[in-house]
Ligand binder design. Sequence first.
Ligand SMILES: *Cc1c(COP(=O)(O)O)cnc(C)c1O
Length: 386
Amino acid sequence: MSDAASTPDSLVTPLAKAAAVPVPAADELAGRFPLVPNAHPATEAERAQALTDLHFGKVFSDHMTHARWTRGEGWGSQETVAFGDISLSPAAAVLHYGQEVFEGIKAYRHADGSIWTFRPRYNAARLNVSARRLALPELPEEDFIASLVDLVRADQEWVPSGDGESLYLRPYMFASEAFLGVHAGGVVDYYVIASPSGAYFTHGLQPISIWVAQDFHRAGRGGTGFAKTGGNYASSLLPQQQAAEQGCDQVCFLDDVTEKNLEELGGMNIMVVDADGTVRTPHLTGTILEGNTRSAIIRLLQDEGRKVVEDTISLEGLLADIESGKVTEVFACGTAAVVVPLGHLKGEGFDVTISGQEVTHQIHDRLTGIQYGRYEDPYDWMYRLV
Ligand SMILES: *Cc1c(COP(=O)(O)O)cnc(C)c1O
């Protein structure tokens, strides 16, 4: 069954279609970023130590992949080299004007020791959607996937095997040209770094609490909300701090036009489960980042026979529906945290509890079951790296 073949409606987006295009086997892509081995890799004992008690994004593997683009010449000098500090001119454009995009994708170890990733073409295509918006060069999709293959093959010992653990891969691209004039950078660097990671939220599938930001928006019409770019995260940090001051784990943003409708969290999409089993998620209005996880979950829920709709979800309506029992669950989803139930929704003048978690748990099990090879993968979502 192909990824996009039988989903009946408009929820099959260009990115979901891109994700369904077959990828050449990893053996065919390997070697595009030739390995210059780290002369001082971590010792086995150091690595074993690093792989116990994993958190998120704190420890990095021995290597990184790198490519440089220059205007006129395009991409060149692709390599896999020792992970380490990079040197940058203090005038590098990214440090002043934030011309940067990134991705997040994981490598999962299956019980037989093989290592896989999830719908890599989706992320490859999305990197280019983001790059276009930020006036950065596009990276050929198969080079993106090859960069993951070469890095994970070099650092395969760094892929942990515990429950919910993975090697988190962070591809990113930025303007490194030393020039203070405002124009698209003529020199751009692309890197992938890798971080062995445990669960994103240390308390696992425990529900998280959400602060609904009322003074700030994450994105605006015509802006960069649909692109995975550091600037969106930079603007979410102050509201995230305010959420923490309110005792909440994460912040949720409303749209900037009506200031009434739910968009997403700082780095995760949201879904609402109705008592009748329907699942609703905000429309992709251009101010929301189109998650790979969101897209996969829509497909899984539909194939379970559920109705899934993109909807305008007003905060007021949601609060009333939680109150009346029409909405039974709300969850957030994204690669890093996978699927997390929302237990509290708090903001100026309200504080409601959401107690349901059944569908959230089911979909977490379905999705991670495919990702970790516990369940069959009828969609060809998994791509073998090693
Ligand atoms: C990355 C991201 C997501 C989740 O996307 P996935 O592809 O599922 O990881 C959602 N919202 C924002 C703002 C993001 O940056």
